[in-house]
Design a protein around this ligand. Structure first.
Ligand SMILES: [Zn+2]
Length: 166
């Protein structure tokens, strides 16, 4: 069987996101497949290395996040605490690299509210931020770069990405 251990996501401006498929699998358990499933979300953690954004971990939904069928508000302080702990334990290498949440849509796309929120929340970030909306069958990937939100240009599954550093 062909091994597909990583997903690579090509962003505009030649940056490449490298994420273990095990991370994506953890997000897929929150797919909103039933009508009572609420939106869930968290943040991506990883490192910036040249043109690469290497996702190493995610934070998962918490009980004190506020969510409903069509909204998600990442209120729990645990997301930020986890980012801070990993940053400290990694000699400032692992950091907050993006945002994810789910949508009750088969093929997910950002809502107008998502765009507005990302624009205001991420406006101070110097680095590119990965954005992901987990859909019922497919996920939407994009990024926030220099104040602009754009969709990925391509993504693929691979066993061993070039130049990947564990
Ligand atoms: Zn949304």
């Amino acid at each position: 069987m062909l091994q597909q251990d990583f997903i690579t996501i090509q962003l505009p401006k030649n940056e490449l996101v490298i994420m273990p498929t095990s991370v994506l699998t953890r997000l897929h358990q929150y797919r909103q497949l039933k009508f009572w499933h609420k939106e869930k979300g968290g943040i991506f953690l990883g490192r910036y290395r040249g043109q690469y954004i290497e996702v190493t971990d995610v934070t998962l939904p918490q009980h004190d996040d506020i969510c409903g069928r069509f909204f998600f508000n990442r209120c729990s302080s645990l997301h930020q605490q986890t980012a801070y702990q990993q940053w400290q334990n990694s000699n400032s290498e692992i950091t907050y690299v993006g945002e994810w949440h789910t949508h009750p849509e088969q093929f997910s796309t950002p809502s107008t509210q998502d765009i507005t929120e990302w624009q205001s929340k991420l406006s101070g970030s110097f680095e590119s931020m990965l954005l992901c909306i987990v859909g019922q069958s497919t996920d939407w990937f994009g990024c926030f770069q220099d104040g602009v939100i754009s969709k990925e240009t391509s993504s693929s599954l691979t066993s061993c990405p070039q130049n990947y550093q564990l």
